[in-house]
Design a protein around this ligand. Structure first.
Ligand code: SF4
Length: 126
């Protein structure tokens, strides 16, 4: 990959999910559209970027986004679930919605959920 392609991919990756309009990319790289199209075609062939149709100032163009776009990762760890009271509950076999022992009315589960919500709220507030 040459220096121009390297710079282009860095700019595209830095733009994140919103990507960068072709013309904006040419401008940032200080190149004309012919050279820009060549760079983009090479990066696209290598599977590093994607071109998505876009409209800018009434004109059709392309938005260039990194193929490495991040999707939020959800990680479930043992620590995040080990406090759930059901895992160690002696009533788990008899517990069910509509039963005398039910997760809907369970004070242990309710207490656990309220504590988790309080933790989430306090971490969201920083
Ligand atoms: S909801 Fe309550 S009663 Fe049911 S299994 Fe969980 S902790 Fe036990």
């Amino acid at each position: 990959m040459d220096a121009l392609e390297q710079k282009a991919i860095e700019l595209i990756e830095r733009a994140g999910d919103r990507g960068v309009l072709q013309s904006e990319l040419w401008k940032k790289l200080g190149i004309n559209s012919r050279e820009g199209s060549r760079v983009v075609a090479k990066l696209q062939r290598r599977g590093l970027i994607k071109r998505e149709p876009a409209v800018f100032q009434g004109k059709r163009t392309f938005r260039i986004v990194s193929a490495k776009r991040q999707t939020p990762k959800v990680t479930v760890t043992i620590d995040s679930v080990k406090g759930i009271p059901c895992f160690s509950c002696p009533d788990i076999e008899r517990c069910g919605v509509g039963q005398p022992i039910s997760p809907v009315t369970c004070p242990k589960l309710n207490k656990y959920l309220m504590e988790e919500i309080a933790k989430l709220k306090s971490s969201a507030m920083g």
